[in-house]
Design a protein around this ligand. Structure first.
Ligand code: SF4
Length: 459
């Protein structure tokens, strides 16, 4: 039997695409190996959101060259860099055998035929029309043994944020029909999954026959589902209806990832984000009124072209005002084909050392706020869905609270149970405590050890 290894870069959408690739390859009688050196087929599932991510891909390709030389392994490049660079990858890296975009995962059998039988190097990066796009179906059996799982509900993005490559690499928005989503969630719940995260590049603009608020409410009603999460969102789709869903349905977990990107209206305008800071804050205030314990996290780009010190100070002030539970902050990096890349000179590039210094200041402030917010849990119980052994200390259990914070605790609760944990210690990134009463028993018995080996490395 032939073996494959997939190296996954980037976001959860890519991790999900890797799972779909694995299912297609299983149908071709390939089996996974956790070691690239043992593989007959190596696939890099790539990310192009930042320049650094793209550099990592070329350096990984350099490492896998030896496997090609020694065992004649086939090497393929999928994901966003594949979609963006197309045949340029074959020109740049002569030992890559095939390149395929995110819409072409189901064509892997034909691609491999062309490579193996036709001895051709192949590029498949055509978009599939919205009407014809079929969302790859997950095999629920591959989720047996997990208590949390991701479900793709839409793909692509119709927005035109100036810095973003997603519309170029993932195409226009396509939503998955809601009955199909509900069937998949029900199948996952039957194999023991209790928390589902609905994912899409711009998930709250979902239009699969229901509004996104209605989809969340319907998913929350699926028997066996205890928590529903979603990622990632655009502030302009944070509708009153979505806020209302948070007010009426406690199974929608108390966490909202709401990317603001900058605290300056001038920068937001150049970024083509169609809200002001004031409007963002007003939406957030409504959301917090509906769900007072909600954790808010965000994305920030530091050093967008033309960002002045005053603009950056506004981002610092916004961070203080919102008191985010966490921020994913990065320095601006120019991406091909984006409108900001074309106008950097006109708006004014920010020197690298200035960007790095600003990022450092912002991250220090955010760490202080996150530590203060987490410290408020000390001496109080939190509700935890048990996911398994703690990654940092296998003698302890690990799970997350509704605010999506990692909780490591002493106890013996089975995987899939929902328990109270009394918090006695906190850090910037986690809560620690001791197991208390059981709130919900698991729906099925789940073994301690992972059922399958890790299929891929994630960068
Ligand atoms: S909404 Fe998100 S995915 Fe869409 S263009 Fe803007 S940043 Fe990119």
């Amino acid at each position: 039997m032939k073996r494959y290894f997939i190296h996954t870069f980037g976001c959860q959408m890519n991790v999900n695409d890797t799972n779909r690739m694995s299912e297609v390859l299983a149908g071709l009688q390939y089996q996974p190996t956790p070691v690239a050196e043992d593989a007959d087929l190596i696939i890099l599932n790539t990310c192009s959101i930042r320049e650094k991510a793209e550099d990592k891909i070329y350096s990984a390709l350099g490492r896998y060259r030896q496997v090609k030389t020694q065992r004649g392994a086939l090497i393929g490049v999928g994901g966003c860099v594949a979609q963006q660079e197309k045949d340029k990858i074959l020109k740049k890296v002569p030992y890559v055998d095939f390149v395929f975009g995110p819409d072409n995962i189901s064509k892997l059998p034909e691609i491999l035929d062309k490579v193996l039988i036709g001895r051709a190097r192949v590029v498949e990066t055509a978009w599939v029309d919205s009407e014809e796009y079929v969302f790859p179906r997950a095999d629920p059996e591959s989720s047996r043994g997990r208590v949390t799982e991701f479900v793709t509900v839409m793909k692509g993005c119709d927005n035109v944020c100036a810095f973003c490559v997603v519309p170029h690499t993932r195409g226009r928005e396509v939503s998955r029909a809601f009955p199909e989503v509900l069937l998949e969630v029900a199948a996952l719940a039957r194999v023991g999954v209790r928390e589902v995260t609905l994912i899409g590049q711009n998930v709250n603009s979902y239009r699969g026959g229901l509004g996104f608020d209605q989809l969340l409410l319907r998913v929350a009603e699926v028997p066996g589902v205890e928590r529903v999460r979603f990622t990632t969102s655009h502030p302009h789709d944070l509708s009153d209806a979505l806020i209302e869903a948070f007010r009426v349905q406690p199974k929608i977990a108390s966490h909202f990832q709401l990317p603001v990107q900058s605290g300056s209206d001038a920068v937001l305008k150049r970024m083509r984000r169609d809200y002001t800071v004031q409007e963002y804050l007003e939406r957030l205030a409504k959301l917090r009124a509906a769900r007072p314990d909600i954790a808010i996290t965000t994305d920030i780009i530091v050093g967008f072209p033309g960002e002045t010190e005053e603009d950056f100070e506004r981002t610092m002030q916004l961070t203080e005002a919102v008191r985010y539970d966490n921020q994913y902050s990065f320095v601006y990096s120019s991406r091909p084909k984006t409108s900001s890349a074309l106008r950097e000179q006109e708006w004014g590039e920010i020197p690298h050392e200035v960007k790095v210094e600003r990022l450092d200041r912002l991250q220090k402030l955010q760490k202080k706020i996150a530590a203060e917010i987490n410290a408020l849990h000390r001496g109080h119980p939190v509700e935890v869905l048990v996911e398994g052994r703690s990654k940092t200390d296998p003698a302890k259990r690990f799970g997350r609270n509704p605010q999506n914070k990692v909780v490591n605790f002493d106890g013996d609760a089975p995987i899939g149970a929902v328990v109270e944990v009394q918090i006695d210690r906190t850090s910037v990134g986690a809560l620690y405590g001791v197991q208390g009463r059981t709130l919900l028993a698991p729906t099925i018995e789940i073994s301690e050890a992972p059922l399958a080996p890790e299929l891929c490395a994630v960068a």
